[in-house]
Design a protein around this ligand. Structure first.
Ligand SMILES: Cc1cc2nc3c(=O)[nH]c(=O)nc-3n(C[C@H](O)[C@H](O)[C@H](O)COP(=O)(O)OP(=O)(O)OC[C@H]3O[C@@H](n4cnc5c(N)ncnc54)[C@H](O)[C@@H]3O)c2cc1C
Length: 427
């Protein structure tokens, strides 16, 4: 069959890999001039490695991604350093990525709250019954079972940080999924995620794929003679099948012939955007060598997460520069989407001495700003009933996006899974 894949992100490329191996002709259309989508990176000429535009790592449990890498024979290029994650409590940061460290964390006191934190965490790691949990909001469930102090110290900041004003509506299944499969060991690819995407794209080309970069698909319509027509640049191309991997709102615009009910389902899905600035510093910011700082919004920081990438992979890969992300998940209408890079930097700089009192603005040698309005789907209560089917009601048209990844929190691992599931249904 003649198959089009819209989007050369990880999901689209994973689907194309299976479709090509099943003997189909595959054309991938990608609006950007690079592959990798949200997991893409950038590189200065004197760097050996690329850095992701938005902080990225793999978990040791990412079996779909690691499985694909095994199939490709590239496992030797996956590294799992042991970076440190810290949480904020009363003006200080505390490591919080192992059981002994959690036990030592002073934010929960030393008695009942710590026990409740541990027992609830254990229950969530052991249970598989997310279908019952999705009937509750994480807010109500955690308040009830973990208690007010544990919830307000540990879980509310996470929910507020990720979902802003929507945090009280998020399903408990999302929280369960995060606790269930995340590991403290974090992995990446030699050369960065972009190196992985570029290598995968090259492999797909070797299998016969045509990857059309800087080529935005404008319209998908059922063809009178069967199959689908795609409006691409000035041309109209015919395919037997098409897989779309974009945001759901974009699919609704690309394929307005979808039945009303399916279109309404796409448009009802909610998501958060992300604004992430990468700063290159002359010196290391975290003297303790911390990688990931979880920051409660209530503590007055102008961003949600500070991530010192070069405490995860060596600054030697970046010409000795120290790379720090300041990032936030925000509603697409948030002012951070309008401010200039300079204006945002002015907001962010005053917060950096809170991570290292020696920090001076002169440490910053360069910044890069990345913004996306589609970064994090918001799974509401009973979300499983609202997920659009991969096989759309238009014959031959398939849809596999971050918004259909559930109950797991979206990630490249699940982009591989859903892409490959779609490929199985096609072909
Ligand atoms: C801030 C942030 C942090 C993250 N952290 C992690 C992490 O630590 N680990 C992890 O595994 N994952 C992480 N993720 C999630 C991960 O990036 C995504 O789950 C994954 O990349 C999604 O892949 P995808 O192929 O489904 O979609 P995308 O990557 O969004 O790919 C869709 C592609 O479609 C293209 N496209 C759109 N419209 C058109 C059109 N009309 N025509 C042609 N092409 C089009 C886009 O340009 C894009 O390349 C993070 C994401 C963000 C935003």
């Amino acid at each position: 069959m003649n198959i089009a894949v819209i989007g050369a992100g990880i999901g689209g490329m994973a689907a194309a890999y299976d479709l090509l191996r099943a003997g189909h002709r595959v054309v991938i259309y990608e609006a950007s001039d690079y592959v990798g989508g949200l997991a893409s990176g950038f590189k200065e000429p004197h760097w050996d490695w690329s850095v992701e535009k938005y902080y990225h790592h793999w978990f040791a449990t990412d079996r779909h991604m690691l499985g694909l890498i095994d199939e490709l024979g590239w496992r030797d290029d996956v590294i799992f350093p042991r970076p440190y994650t810290v949480v904020f409590h009363k003006g200080r940061f505390y490591p919080f990525d192992s059981i002994p460290r959690a036990l030592l964390f002073p934010g929960l006191g030393w008695g009942l709250n710590k026990l409740r934190f541990g027992l609830v965490g254990l229950y969530l790691r052991l249970t598989n019954d997310w279908r019952t949990l999705e009937k509750f909001t994480a807010h109500e469930w955690m308040l009830k079972w973990a208690g007010k102090r544990v919830y307000e110290t540990m879980w509310e900041p996470l929910l507020v940080g990720k979902f802003g004003q929507h945090y009280k509506k998020v399903s408990m299944a999302w929280m369960w999924a995060r606790l269930k499969v995340r590991t403290t060991r974090l992995g990446t690819f030699t050369g960065g995620f972009q190196a992985f995407s570029d290598r995968l794209a090259e492999h797909l080309r070797g299998l016969g794929a045509q990857i059309c970069l800087s080529t935005s698909v404008k319209r998908i319509q059922p063809a009178a003679e069967g199959g689908l027509t795609l409006h691409v640049k000035a041309a109209v191309e015919r395919f037997d099948q098409c897989l779309v991997t974009t945001a759901p709102g974009l699919l609704a615009r690309l394929a307005p012939d979808l039945p009303k009910e399916y279109l309404e389902g796409l448009l009802a899905l909610k998501s958060m955007g992300a604004v992430v600035m990468v700063l290159s510093l002359r010196h290391r910011l975290s003297e303790e060598g911390y990688y990931w700082y979880n920051i409660p919004k209530a503590a007055g920081f102008p961003f949600l997460a500070l991530v010192e990438h070069t405490n995860f992979v060596s600054p030697d890969h970046f010409g000795g520069e120290h790379l720090v992300y300041c990032g936030d998940y925000l509603d697409p209408e948030h002012e951070y989407f309008q401010l200039t890079e300079g204006e945002l930097l002015e907001r962010f700089l005053p917060a950096l001495p809170r991570f290292n009192t020696n920090f001076r603005p002169e440490w910053v040698t360069k910044t890069w700003l990345h913004r996306t309005k589609y970064a994090q789907p918001i799974p509401l209560v009973n979300h499983s009933r609202n997920i659009p089917a991969i096989r759309t009601p238009i014959a031959g048209l398939y849809f596999a996006s971050m918004s259909q990844v559930y109950p797991w929190d979206r990630g490249t691992n699940f982009a591989v899974e859903i892409g490959r599931n779609a490929a199985k249904m096609m072909g």
